[in-house]
Design a protein around this ligand. Structure first.
Ligand code: WTA
Length: 632
């Protein structure tokens, strides 16, 4: 089907799926509409009430200060997010409750209780202190999704160091840029991770990435097999040596609600990723609350989010929001379909998972393997299924509903971003879901669909998604680049410009249609076209490059690059492979173009900006639209 027809079909989706009575009966939120109304009428009162559920060393003097476009939440309050994620539970009798069940590709399992996790985090936090890490210092974390990876994040938060997790699938160049921008004093890494049965070394990547970076004082290495560290470099410290030689008690640093918690780099519309900065109090409150009401978490739930800690989903819904609720989570390292496509379903059966949160790209991957894989396992423990990272197409929604959820689970399609920190638009389990539509706004969140001048569009019309009012877990700035932060709020005056296309229907359900800017969403990973273009141009044979996203059956989008070669270089299959390898080395496997086409000229505006939309239209056989600014 052509793109345009697909859109028309989507806009007409009217189907609704009522939640089962058992789910509604135990849901935290039973009446969305009235609570939403209340939350918008008294935004501050609403969040203050939520915040009361958590512990603060000192309560706030004021809930919100909105000094457009800068917000402060819970002014004057003091807390530590790890106190709410760990100590609070240990003190209330959950010391021996399992916090994480970690499983690797070989099905080796390791469980850690809240008590043990608190001890590990405290020891590591003390270890970091002994290396000279202080409140406000930056620590880059280049770790796979493991207990050690999570503990590294929490150890930073414990002492007020700002962590910057870099997805362990990124390569040297991407890692270096992020370490450099944050000026990290310490890097925490692992000797390797495993993917598809293969060892993927991480330490050599870190060594190359920090080469010549004097400000990196120490590298903490989790030497998994005890065979990597030769001990000849004074910069390297072994993770467990540090942990075991440090005291098990570490008082949590008293953090101001507005003290920075972490930086997470994400792709924007320039070649340089932006360091999205989140602070302590508001982020804690909204991730805690959305975890609770969207996944409807209760004491005895087993929750599993299949994301990586390298992305915001891992930060908010593997670590902070989930631990703040004190439930037991499954975490896994490696590929979803290795050693076979039954891997995930076998864990749902084995651990009796109740709430499962994944991305549409994974669902589409499993659709290709066929429903016989999930059918081999007992998935009856599932109650809530979540989706995140990209629009879920109705086919994938139905497959998820039927073959994973056994037609008795609720699907929550959660729209949010690295910048928003927590869920912003999503169904909650007590009202009907519509396949392909994310749902209604989170409590107190006011969204709209507008044209480029900010005028509200009628229902079922595609426009720009904006958020009209501040929310607790919103980004506070872009690290070192306040003008990039301000751009979110002044692209369309007065509102937060999300960068997505959307529409809403007459019942207020919002449908997200994908990015409106030069960001591509490949298998749920956000990739900037300019980042890939600069990686290509970095190759000696390339004069210019333009990158677009193309619809892809499994990945949602795939990358296609148009390349102009420098004089003296000829197009060839070998060169294509070489360029792909180059992007892989600079950015990582997720950013490698599926297709590279050599061309002589790129469509540009008179001011020299590449008009990617024209390339895209040509590639997909769409109407090119307005070309009045085209140079040639
Ligand atoms: C997309 C991921 C449709 C969207 C949490 C957004 C979605 C970008 C959804 C942010 C969803 C995320 N439906 N699209 N439920 N969730 N997106 O920062 O384009 O990695 O702007 O955060 O993912 O990606 P990010």
């Amino acid at each position: 089907m052509a793109e345009k027809e697909k859109l028309e079909v989507l806009l007409k989706v009217k189907e609704k799926y009522e939640p089962p009575k058992e789910v509604v009966d135990r849901a935290w939120v039973k009446d969305y509409e009235s609570l939403y109304k209340e939350s918008v009428q008294d935004r501050e009162g609403f969040w203050a009430k939520v915040a009361e559920e958590l512990e603060w060393f000192k309560k706030w003097d004021k809930v919100l200060e909105w000094n457009y476009p800068y917000a402060k939440w819970f002014l004057g309050a003091k807390t530590n997010i790890t106190y709410n994620c760990l100590d609070r539970h240990v003190k209330s009798g959950k010391r021996n409750k399992v916090a994480y069940i970690f499983v690797d590709e070989d099905n080796n399992e390791r469980k850690i209780t809240y008590g043990e996790l608190l001890e590990l985090v405290s020891r590591l936090a003390n270890g970091l202190k002994s290396l000279g890490v202080k409140k406000g210092d930056r620590v880059s974390i280049y770790m796979p999704t493991t207990i050690e990876g999570v503990a590294s994040m929490l150890a930073c938060a414990r002492i007020g160091a700002i962590h910057s997790v870099v997805f362990a699938g990124f390569s040297e160049g991407a890692l270096r840029t992020r370490i450099e921008d944050a000026k990290a004093k310490v890097v925490i890494t692992s000797s390797y991770t495993k993917r598809r049965g293969k060892r993927v070394d991480l330490l050599p990547t870190v060594e190359n990435a920090i080469d010549g970076l004097e400000f990196v004082e120490k590298v903490v290495v989790w030497d998994r097999d005890g065979d990597t560290l030769s001990g000849d470099s004074s910069k390297f410290v072994e993770f467990y040596e540090l942990v075991n030689s440090s005291s098990p008690e570490c008082e949590p640093e008293e953090m101001d609600a507005e003290d920075p918690l972490f930086i997470l780099y994400t792709s924007g519309t320039t070649g340089k990723p932006k360091g999205v900065l989140h602070t302590t109090g508001g982020y804690m409150v909204q991730t805690y609350f959305t975890s609770k009401v969207v996944f409807d978490l209760h004491e005895d739930d087993i929750y599993w989010c299949s994301a990586d800690i390298g992305w915001i989903t891992g930060h908010s819904y593997i670590v902070y929001g989930i631990l703040a609720n004190g439930v037991t989570s499954v975490i896994t390292e490696g590929a979803p379909d290795y050693p076979n496509p039954g891997r995930w379903w076998s864990y749902i059966e084995k651990y009796r998972v109740n709430v499962f949160y994944t991305a549409p790209t994974a669902i589409r991957l499993f659709m290709k393997y066929g429903e016989e894989w999930p059918a081999k396992y007992d998935l009856s423990s599932l109650r809530i299924l979540g989706s995140v990272g990209e629009p879920i197409n109705p086919e994938a929604w139905h497959w998820y509903y039927k073959h994973i959820g056994g037609q008795r689970c609720v699907i929550v399609d959660t729209w949010w971003q690295t910048e928003t920190g927590a869920h912003m638009i999503t169904t909650v389990p007590s009202y009907p879901a519509k396949p392909g539509k994310a749902g209604k706004p989170m409590f107190s969140v006011e969204v709209d669909v507008v044209d480029k001048d900010g005028n509200r569009l009628p229902p079922d019309t595609v426009g720009f998604l904006v958020v009209k009012t501040p929310w607790p877990s919103m980004l506070r700035t872009c690290w070192g680049e306040p003008e990039r932060y301000e751009k979110y709020w002044n692209t369309i005056q007065g509102v937060y410009f999300a960068g997505d296309l959307a529409s809403y229907d007459e019942e207020g359900y919002v449908m997200i249609l994908g990015r409106a800017d030069d960001v591509i969403n490949v298998a749920g990973h956000r990739i900037g076209t300019m980042e890939v273009e600069s990686a290509l141009v970095d190759h000696p044979a390339v004069a210019e490059a333009a990158v677009i996203g193309k619809p892809h059956e499994v990945k949602g989008e795939s990358i296609k690059a148009f390349v102009i070669l420098k004089k003296g270089h000829e197009p060839s299959e070998n060169l294509i492979e070489e360029l792909k390898l180059h992007v892989r080395k600079v950015l990582g496997p997720v950013a490698v173009p599926d297709e590279i086409e050599f061309i002589d000229k790129l469509p540009k505006t008179r001011s020299g900006k590449i008009m990617r939309r024209i390339l895209k239209a040509q590639e997909l056989g769409l109407e090119v639209g307005d070309v009045s600014t085209l140079e040639d």
